[in-house]
Design a protein around this ligand. Sequence first.
Ligand SMILES: *Cc1c(COP(=O)(O)O)cnc(C)c1O
Length: 404
Amino acid sequence: MSLSQGRQYLAIPGPTVIPDRVLAAMHRAAPNIYEGPLHRMVDGLIGDLRAVARTEGHVATYIANGHGGWEAANANVFSRGDRALVLGTGRFGEGWANSARGMGVEAELIDFGKRAAADPARVETALRADPEHRIRAVMMTHIDTASTAQNDIRAIRAALDAAGHPALLMVDSIAALGCAPLEMDAWGIDVLLAASQKGLMCPPGLCFLWFNERARDAGRRADLRTPYWDWEARAFATQFYQFFGGTAPTHHLFALREALDMLLHEEGLEAAWARHDALARAVWAAADAWGAQGPLELNIADPAARGNSVTAFRIGAPDGTRLRRWCETQAGLTLGIGLGMAEPDDPAWHGFFRVAHMGHVNAHMVLGALGAVDAGLKALKIPHGGGAVEAAARAVAAAAPEPG
Ligand SMILES: *Cc1c(COP(=O)(O)O)cnc(C)c1O
């Protein structure tokens, strides 16, 4: 007997839950790519992609996952031998640095550890130590999906300004766009990156680069740029095929249309931010209760430095893996692994798990996931404080008063 039969909940931070409506939008015969509805959809998609990033800037779309997006961003901005400053707050900051290094960029990583957000004062000091302005860009994650730290983009922008440094500010918001507040133009982001399979509720396979005129100008000299990754052709396409560098990602575009309708035109972006905020608070309330006794703790202790779309837990090996297994086989809940906390061949690797609350997620899903984790802790006799589900329910109730 298992209690996992029923609708499975994939609570990992990407790919995320795909709404049935988005799946249904993809379920159609291959469309004409020469003319017709697909062509007519593009203008609206571009406008909505600008709206979701809060920018009047340009947007280029690629058939790629986030790793492809990293390369696309690097290719359009850097030349071989350029310097970049990368803010490391977990596996994904490191990943972008490695992507740039692999392309010949001298990417210097400032390591803030795996349990805190980037410190703007240290960024300012590093920029002041570069009076010749050799650093071309500061690269950072918005929410680092591994550590689940959230970086304060505005404070990093202020550090650049205080140092009087002209480097571009490049932000990977793959795990935050559509979940956490983000205002590309108002916050002074020059290059922004996101992908389809996280807060945007689509299957993996599309990534997006937004860039302003400053980044466009700075990038004109980029010698890493190759025809496929060149953002000019895509962002300023005059022929339909140019938007995608070849055959359009037909079904993904229908999915994206539906997902953006849900996010922007039905729920509303600010309501989605508030929903993610409330659901994150429910998860953290449960975590605080569990952690009152026993080994379980949040990876990011400071609430101001926590991402609102995914939460990393530390529980000690091997209980992280035991708990994930229990939740999947006994409760139909798939939790995220502890990425980048230890290497997979290290026994400590089994001491972590993550709960995603990203994208198409509501109160009953999060309360259900927390209830399943609570049951798993009990079934596995892992010591923990009581009242976690109760605390989460209170957090949900506080955020959601009776409809008027
Ligand atoms: C998921 C993710 C990536 C990588 O995306 P892939 O699609 O797995 O290549 C990069 N950065 C962040 C912040 C992410 O959350």
